[in-house]
Design a protein around this ligand. Structure first.
Ligand code: SAM
Length: 337
């Protein structure tokens, strides 16, 4: 068993989130608003993205340093050509016991078989509404939700464990809480409600638009009986509840109303190879440059360890003071959710 590296607050580096592309088909206003990510937006050129060889090399080093879980995200990770091959390579790395994928589900039906054969067993699908008109509007590109439903159904048919993530925004999609809960419960899917977060600088975030966990729970309680479930492990982010009449669960990601910085064990690697210690960070440390300058595994390992040992980020605990400082933050589509 590898001993995990700990940061200044004793938090172990356990989970690695890799953004494999900064591109996405959607233009959700809270993540990649059309006005900013328009047709002339300069996405990263291919050579700036870490290659699969580079990613494999880096993940091996993270595994040496105690990371056990990897999540592949984006942008939209399934837009990265050949993604199942990367999944296969990451699975083969000694020490990595768990690989997950976060996707908008549009290409999931197409890739489900290959992903399953590559070893993937879990996917998180983002779905903010099942009402067709609202979903088309929210994704900014008029994509119908049926595409995502098909992706989910294909994944379920292959035996994937599917979770659905819904970002809830006041005045936008709170009326979808109960319909989505019903849809997921019927399909045996865990639904996780994500509080609308002030990631990045471009999503017109305001506290008034955040619907906190307690309010979502009240809405669910109109229809369902729910009981809290104990956490499974240190660093588990979702607060989970179980339905009274079935084994299904719902979860809450409460970054705004109940921050969980004290148990945050996540390190993030952006698509262009920078390390970020927090979703709300403004700067990353350039691992790609080091890699491409020919650094040895020892040097790369020392860089990764040194970065984590220095870590003192706790943005969600300090949100209100930090917001006053007006510090720039990086966008979610670049760093990955
Ligand atoms: N394209 C993939 C997807 O749609 O799941 C992966 C990347 S996306 C950035 C990852 C997750 O971040 C999605 O569930 C998305 O809804 C969530 N997200 C993006 N911006 C957010 C915000 N401001 N607050 C809360 N969640 C957000």
């Amino acid at each position: 068993m590898k001993e995990a590296v700990t940061d200044r607050f004793g938090r172990p580096m356990q989970d690695l989130r890799i953004s494999v592309t900064d591109r996405c088909q959607f233009r959700c206003s809270y993540c990649m608003p059309k006005e900013i990510f328009g047709t002339d937006y300069a996405f990263l050129p291919k050579q700036e993205l870490l290659s699969f060889d580079e990613l494999e090399k880096v993940v091996k080093i993270f595994a040496e340093k105690g990371v056990k879980k990897v999540r592949i995200t984006g942008g939209e990770p399934l837009m990265r050509p050949g993604l199942p091959e990367l999944v296969r390579r990451i699975y083969a790395i000694d020490g990595i016991g768990d690989v997950g994928l976060t996707t908008n589900g549009v290409l999931l039906g197409h890739y489900a078989k290959e992903l399953f054969e590559a070893g993937l067993t879990r996917v998180n699908v983002s779905l903010d509404a099942i009402d067709e008109e609202l979903f088309r509007k929210m994704n900014g590109q008029g994509v119908p939700p049926q595409k995502v439903f098909r992706g989910i159904e294909t994944a379920l048919a292959f035996g994937f464990q599917v979770k659905v993530n819904m970002v809830v925004q006041r005045g936008v999609n709170e009326q979808e809480i109960l319909p989505l809960a019903r849809y997921c419960k019927e399909k045996g899917i865990t639904l996780r409600f994500i509080e609308f977060m002030d990631v990045g600088n471009d999503n017109a975030w305001s506290y008034e638009r955040v619907i906190p966990k307690t309010e979502i729970l009240n809405i669910l309680s109109e229809k369902y009986e729910l009981a809290p479930v104990e956490k499974d492990y240190f660093g588990e982010v979702a607060r989970r509840y179980k339905y009274g009449d079935s084994q299904e669960q719902v979860g809450f990601i409460t970054s705004v109303s109940e921050s969980f910085c004290s148990s945050c064990t996540r390190i993030r690697l952006s698509s262009d190879g920078k390390l970020f210690n927090c979703l709300f960070a403004s700067e990353g440390r350039d691992l790609k440059q080091l890699l491409r300058e020919g650094a040895s595994e020892q040097e790369l390992g020392d860089f990764i360890t040194g970065n984590w040992r220095d870590r003192d980020d706790r943005y969600s605990d300090e949100r209100w003071e930090q917001r006053k400082s007006g510090k720039k933050k990086i966008n979610m589509s670049y760093i990955g959710g």
